[in-house]
Design a binder for this molecule. Structure first.
Ligand code: ZN
Length: 206
């Protein structure tokens, strides 16, 4: 369940309305100056779309921050029960559209000395890098496409208007690369030991 859903929706509809009205106002201004062209409007559209994306990101954050579950799983992966350590802690998750702010209470395991948000696991908010699967895919893809991590982050900035550091792109790409390598290795080992499971279509039964 998401609490305050109606408030979140009505508040953001209000903001969207304001953004679209501003867009129209600016267009009228351009027209008054005799500068209304598809080129000037395109620039204005960019600004407007950026504002609209911002509203959607805040809505995403609003949904995730207002999730209520009948039961809170307080058991740490080590088996010990965690206690609430802090209220209303905000973390920013980098998505492919920009940052999503999520506010939630924190749980802490005294044995592992590790903390996590109350529903982080259920909401797939994990990983020290706080980057969504979609954004991880884009960063990895871009890094493979161009010769350097600097160029990859330049391309991400140009196309998505999102700033990531070359170091960040490198760390993410290398981690993904390592995971892919390990997956392939497991698959190769499996193929060697049990070829009929790894590639059944290639094993001819006599
Ligand atoms: Zn623990």
């Amino acid at each position: 369940m998401i609490k305050n859903i109606d408030t979140i929706v009505s508040k953001n509809i209000g903001e969207m309305e304001w953004v679209l009205k501003e867009f129209a106002k600016e267009a009228v201004k351009l027209d008054d100056k005799g500068e209304l062209t598809i080129t000037t409007l395109e620039k204005l559209a960019g600004k407007t779309i950026k504002s609209l994306i911002q509203i959607v990101l805040l809505m995403m954050g609003g949904f995730l921050s207002n999730v209520v579950r009948s039961e809170v799983n307080r058991i740490c992966s080590c088996g010990k029960k965690m206690g609430i350590s802090k209220r209303d802690v905000t973390t920013r998750i980098l998505s492919m559209f920009g940052y999503v702010p999520v506010t939630r209470d924190m749980l802490f395991c005294r044995r592992c000395r590790k903390g996590q948000g109350v529903f982080d696991k259920e909401l797939e908010i994990y990983g020290e890098h706080r980057i969504t699967k979609g954004m991880t895919e884009i960063m990895t893809y871009m890094s493979q496409l161009v010769p350097s991590f600097e160029r990859a982050t330049e391309a991400i900035k140009k196309l998505l208007n999102i700033e990531v550091s070359p170091t960040q792109a490198q760390i993410i790409s290398e981690e993904v690369g390592k995971r892919v390598f390990e997956k392939r290795k497991t698959k190769a080992e499996l193929a060697y030991e049990r070829p009929e499971d790894a590639a059944p279509q290639e094993v001819v039964k006599i």
